[in-house]
Ligand binder design. Sequence first.
Ligand SMILES: O=P(O)(O)OC[C@H]1O[C@](O)(CO)[C@@H](O)[C@@H]1O
Length: 528
Amino acid sequence: MSMTDAWAAVDAAAARLRAVHLRDLFAGDPGRFGRLSWQLDDLTIDFSKEKLDAAAIESLVALARAAGVEALRDRMVAGEPVNLTERRAVLHMALRGGADAPAGDDVAGTLDRFLGFAEAVRAGKVAGSGGPFTDVVNIGIGGSDLGPVMAARALSPDRDGPRLHFVSNVDGAHFADTVAALDPARTLVIVSSKTFTTLETMANARLARDWLGRHAAAQMAAVSTNIAGCAAFGIPQARVFSFWDWVGGRYSLWSAIGLSLAIGIGAEGFRALLAGAQAMDRHFREAPLERNLPVLLALVGIWRRNAMGWPTVALIPYDQRLERFPAYVQQLDMESNGKRVRRDGTPVATATGPVIWGEPGTNAQHSFFQLLHQGTDIVPVDFIAAARPRAADAGHHALLLANCLAQGQALAFGRTAAEVEAEMRADGKPEDEIARLAPHRTFPGDRPSTTILFRELDPFALGRLIALFEHKVFVQGAVWGVNSYDQWGVELGKALAGPLIAALRDGTPAEADASTRGLLARVRELGR
Ligand SMILES: O=P(O)(O)OC[C@H]1O[C@](O)(CO)[C@@H](O)[C@@H]1O
């Protein structure tokens, strides 16, 4: 089937379903949950509260086939340079045994080496000048920060090593506030940067070196592909942990970029994280498209974005420890698929990556859920929840999950004006008050959500969850025809900052537009 025909079939399914309320879809099919939810072991994804049906899913699977998703996946796994603009392979799956690494790249040995270092730090065998390390500060940004910081928070019950801290922002306040209560004699600083040239990270690394003072040589480590850069900075080779250019920054948690996390949770926990990702890799490589969880998650996203025309997605973990997961997925998804040209450089014909945003529930219910329920835009929601709590109160967990499920219900089914009026009448409210308040208290419903549910948030489950989203991003990129593995869009701002830094530091005149010149002048005036 051609892509044109495949898109036409998806659009026809959307035209058929757009005006059908979710209430009617459920009323018309009592087996809807069974038909539209899928499992991989304890992991369940329920799409039955999306505005689609089995026939729509079939049309989406046909679209994935027409786009050649399977062939591109196999080329990625085979190590072909599917990152065309940078002429690089995309093999983060090889870091967890989900694919083979290029010959000569010793993934297992490198993993053993950095996990060995992590264990030595945990055991106090590698120590600071003041004794065993009590604290570890990871300095990195983007993919060299968000993975470890997200996972360290998610796996706090598994953390029995030194305390972990993360500094990313070039705002000096981030470093200052982070180290304020730390003892430099008992703190290990890890500089994590694939390139070892990133402005923010290098500025913070220099600040850390000064802060450590005489302890710096013995208490800094680095994770990078730029070994010469680490040496030039003064980090001894024995403390440098490398990875490879076939690991994209936002896919690098599995590499030595995860060193800080490994120090926190230990080698066994880190290997369990890798095993969870590997289980998802195996499923992604082997399951037919119609039962393949990341493929289906991607296709439902395409349905929302292209067939229904909804531009954003709210990612709402009902799990406080996943509070950084939306930020992590923001980089993973938006830096990968926020693209406007196809792999061959021609403009895309469809909308591409959506805006991803979110906060944990139940907090989100008390901030922006009002708009999700009664606002004028449709915002599809991805709920994520674990069936059982880890190191938390079971009674609280029931409250948490009940709220998660209730939000999905309220979004999908709403509350009609007739229902509101009947309820108010039953409460004995006068007719004029019913007429006055009913429109405000009516919920239109028909608002879609997907629920991702698993047993509990342990390292295995987290690894599997992250890999689910990684592969989802791959599939969407393949269908949209974009290169999900470059990020040229972040370059222009970096280049423009150069002359502005000089202008702010020493008043060097900057060639800039009138607005920027005006703002520079105002900064100089106010900053004096
Ligand atoms: O690890 P590095 O090289 O410091 O890069 C950090 C981040 O910067 C980016 O290149 C974006 O500016 C990300 O893709 C990357 O994760």
